[in-house]
Design a protein around this ligand. Structure first.
Ligand code: NI
Length: 178
């Protein structure tokens, strides 16, 4: 187990397109996932993508903490990985959540995204998984998937007046969403 260094906005590894994982379930990938989970927890994050730890591969780890669950359609989830993910929006409904990112420490911003998605990929054991997501899970999956395509959440924002420091949002309110 090891804590990994997290790349911060401005590092080019965050802007590249990551490559598919060729050997899901291999010891090297399992070790990477274990280290990413440890790193995510240490940094109090809800998700962490491999490019954020300087590994340009298509995988991320995530969870839905109980306090972030938004209801019966979005229950708390234990930590898992999603390898070589494919996300597909369901319907036209959009939602706006206030997001943060371990690569952009201290800031938060309101990001519009599809409210419901279908996801497919492989879990931490290399087994196929799929399902539908809404609420916080849909947001975290889309945020992490974006990292695999070199997209950071400010690049998705439509109103930069809603980008700010989390300390100020805590004092003055952060508007819509989580
Ligand atoms: Ni992020």
């Amino acid at each position: 187990m090891a804590l990994l260094k997290i790349a911060r906005m401005g590092h080019p590894v965050l802007l590249g397109r990551a490559e598919p994982v060729q050997e899901p379930g291999s010891p090297a990938i399992r070790q990477l996932i274990e280290d990413m989970i440890e790193t995510m927890h240490d940094a109090s994050g809800a998700g962490l993508a491999a490019p954020q730890v300087h590994v340009p591969l298509r995988l991320f780890v995530y969870h839905v903490p109980a306090q972030r669950s938004t209801g019966d359609d979005d229950p708390p989830r234990e930590v898992d990985a999603l390898i070589n993910p494919v996300l597909t929006p369901i319907g036209d409904e959009m939602t706006t959540c206030t997001e943060g990112c371990l690569s952009i420490p201290g800031l938060r911003g309101a990001v519009p995204r599809p409210a419901r998605i279908r996801y497919e990929g492989l879990d931490r054991n290399g087994q196929a998984v799929s399902g539908e997501a809404s609420g916080f899970l849909a947001v975290v999956l889309q945020h992490e998937q974006d990292h695999l395509d070199g997209i950071l959440y400010p690049m998705r924002m439509t109103d930069l007046s809603r980008l700010g420091y989390e300390t100020e949002y805590a004092r003055f309110g952060m508007g819509v969403g989580a």
